[in-house]
Design a binder for this molecule. Structure first.
Ligand code: CS2
Ligand code: MG
Length: 414
């Protein structure tokens, strides 16, 4: 029996907020789990500290499946981002512990190495075409072989996914969307949105990018939940000449039926699911082959145990993975993705925004990024440690994701 002897929640903010669960067995073996829910971090921290950790002490750390079922079914109130992020953190920590006892890198317990490394895509963005081209060149120079393209929209001050400015090292760390409002109070920034302007502008941007960078470079785009099924079908059709790797979150994913119409109208590959929390959120999308990639994140979809079930379910329908990996997935969560990416047969692509140097002072990771491929490294477990002294230097600051409104003030998806 490898009893869980202690567990603690570490909230730290090295440039942005992270919540990490640290579990320790009676033998002193430590496992880490990412519990970061961008803009609602403390809800998960309290859920873990007050409602989960007391149930963990004394349980066998090796029982990852039973612990997952115990926390999911035993809570009665199930699913949703807070509950599933808490379960995810416990699950990642127990898998980390399991691999540490086995003295193996975690991927060896998930099926071993199915590929040399995980193809990564980076986030290029620009308020205008010139800035966008600079950003694409920066990412090509950084070694990315696939690139997400987000652009400013004429007439709109700030748009999702467009970094305000460089933050050093050529990488645009300051893309982090969770911010405090100009007043300094912890209020969401409000942004304006115009779907018609967006639908007119985006095809012209991809035309320019293809003309400048050629037909081969895999290009991705994130619609970020903002379109109706008709608008999404219209954009999908208008982007077909530019042969995207995927169009992401073209509509709010919870309306799974909407994708039937979009799918019937366009051959542009579709990716959905970063806000999803269980396999049930994907059920129609997968069984009716309405998407090409599942975008779930290990932190938001119940951890390694459940994310692997989602991936395996998707594989039966020929659907690949494209796990969510912006900087609000911590280095712990990103490492969990990479171990799954290395082992899963139906791996597709891995989102990778490099964490800031400040973050990597707190979280020490064995991740490597070479020739466009990510690898979690050969250290045992997840291959990530947290420096508690460094973590203590960065106290939590409330930060909220923006609220989006149409030009007439109507609340809209951000
Ligand atoms: C985005 C995310 O990376 C993506 O695909 O959708 O950056 C998303 O905006 C953030 O995770 C929100 O916290
Ligand atoms: Mg996205």
């Amino acid at each position: 029996m490898t009893a869980i002897a202690a567990a603690e929640v570490i909230v730290t903010s090295p440039g942005r907020n992270f919540v990490t669960l640290k579990v320790t067995t009676a033998d002193g073996v430590v496992g880490l789990g990412d519990a970061t829910l961008n803009g609602r971090e403390l809800a998960v921290a309290v859920y873990l500290a007050d409602h989960v950790i007391p149930l963990l002490i004394g349980r066998d750390a090796m029982n990852t499946e039973d612990t997952w079922q115990y926390l999911y079914r035993g809570a009665y109130w199930r699913r949703g981002p807070v509950t599933m992020a808490a379960i995810a953190a416990v699950d990642m920590a127990l898998w980390d512990i399991k691999a540490r006892y086995a003295e193996l890198p975690l991927y060896q317990l998930l099926g071993g190495q199915s590929r040399k490394g995980a193809l990564a895509y980076g986030h290029a963005s620009g308020a205008d075409t010139e800035q966008l081209f600079d950003s694409i060149r920066e990412h090509l120079d950084l070694g990315y072989k696939a690139i997400r393209v987000q652009t400013g929209i004429p007439g709109l001050d700030s748009v999702y996914g467009v970094a305000a400015s460089k933050a050093g090292d050529g990488e645009r760390y300051d893309y982090e969307p969770a911010r405090r409002s100009a007043s300094g109070r912890a209020l969401p920034v409000e942004e304006a949105w115009d779907t018609r302007a967006y639908l007119r502008h985006v095809p012209t941007v991809f035309e320019a990018v293809r003309n400048e960078f050629g037909a081969e470079l895999p290009l991705l785009h994130d619609g970020h939940h903002r379109m109706t099924p008709r608008e999404a079908a219209h954009l999908g059709k208008s982007l077909e000449p530019y042969d995207l790797f995927w169009l992401e979150d073209c509509t709010p994913g919870e309306d799974q039926d909407a994708l039937r119409y979009v799918r019937s109208q366009t051959t542009t590959p579709l990716a959905i699911g970063e806000v999803f929390n269980t396999v049930y959120d994907f059920q129609t999308l997968i069984t009716e082959r309405l998407i090409d990639y599942v975008r779930a994140a290990v932190t938001h979809a119940g951890g390694i145990t459940h994310l692997k079930k989602i991936a395996d379910f998707a594989s039966i329908y020929g659907i690949k993975t494209g796990f969510h990996g912006p900087t609000d997935v911590s280095p712990v969560g990103q490492a969990a993705h990479l171990h799954l990416d290395l082992a899963l047969h139906n791996f597709g692509i891995q989102e990778y925004m490099r964490h800031s140097d400040e973050t990597l002072e707190v979280f020490r990771t064995s991740l490597t990024f070479e020739d466009g491929l990510l690898h979690p490294g050969e250290q045992i477990g997840l291959g990530v440690t947290i420096d508690a002294d460094e973590a203590r230097k960065h106290s939590y600051e409330p930060a909220y994701l923006p609220v989006n409104r149409l030009l007439d003030g109507t609340a809209h998806d951000w």
